[in-house]
Design a protein around this ligand. Structure first.
Ligand SMILES: Cc1cc2nc3c(=O)[nH]c(=O)nc-3n(C[C@H](O)[C@H](O)[C@H](O)COP(=O)(O)O)c2cc1C
Length: 173
């Protein structure tokens, strides 16, 4: 990543407000290998500290093409972009890699981290993450049923929650 203009920082030093970064700026969840990978936009998730590790929480519906890749791979990336890439993130959030080459349509340039994980040269921050815990959300576990009513009954399957360890953080100067 150094040869691509990124430098490593400590997860504690991630610039900006992570709630805003995820909720408002959005991120790309990109998983797979050099041979075959996919990406999707996500803005549900979080970051924190769990089991004495810096972690992120990512929610992926099983109907996403990206789900196949987050399932099959131990590691993947979460990446963040400047506002000028909003349209690219919109494309990656409405089109499916199952049906088209959305990465090309979004004009994103694939790069691979030192660990061989896919991300995009346009990213200002790239997190390399490793899955620690994964499980489907369970309808019975919702104490507040509002999300079931408004986000699941007519809108799709329950998400799979991935708790991932943030192993490396790369930023562009
Ligand atoms: C702003 C935004 C946020 C999204 N957040 C999520 C999310 O957190 N989890 C999820 O499963 N899908 C989310 N999506 C939907 C996926 O990005 C979308 O279904 C995408 O087309 C899936 O692509 P794929 O089939 O190539 O994986 C979001 C879409 C947008 C536009």
């Amino acid at each position: 990543m150094q040869n691509l203009g990124y430098r490593a920082i400590d997860p504690m030093e991630i610039p900006g407000n992570l709630i805003k970064l995820i909720a408002m700026d959005w991120m790309l969840v990109t998983a797979g290998t050099k041979e075959k990978f996919n990406t999707m936009t996500a803005n549900w998730g979080g970051a924190g500290y769990l089991w004495n590790r810096p972690v992120a929480f990512v929610f992926v519906r099983p109907e996403r093409f990206t789900y196949n890749f987050t399932e099959e791979n131990e590691r993947f990336t979460l990446s963040f972009y400047d506002e000028k890439y909003r349209n690219a993130l919109n494309i990656c959030g409405v089109k499916s890699g199952r049906d088209c080459d959305k990465i090309k349509e979004a004009a994103l340039t694939p790069i691979f981290t030192n660990k061989g994980l896919p991300a995009f040269r346009e990213a200002k921050i790239v997190l390399e993450v490793r899955k620690i815990y994964a499980d489907m959300l369970s309808q019975d576990a919702f104490l507040d049923k509002e999300p079931i009513k408004n986000h699941y009954l007519t809108k799709g399957n329950l998400h799979k929650l991935y708790i991932v360890q943030i192993e490396s953080v790369w930023v562009r100067d």
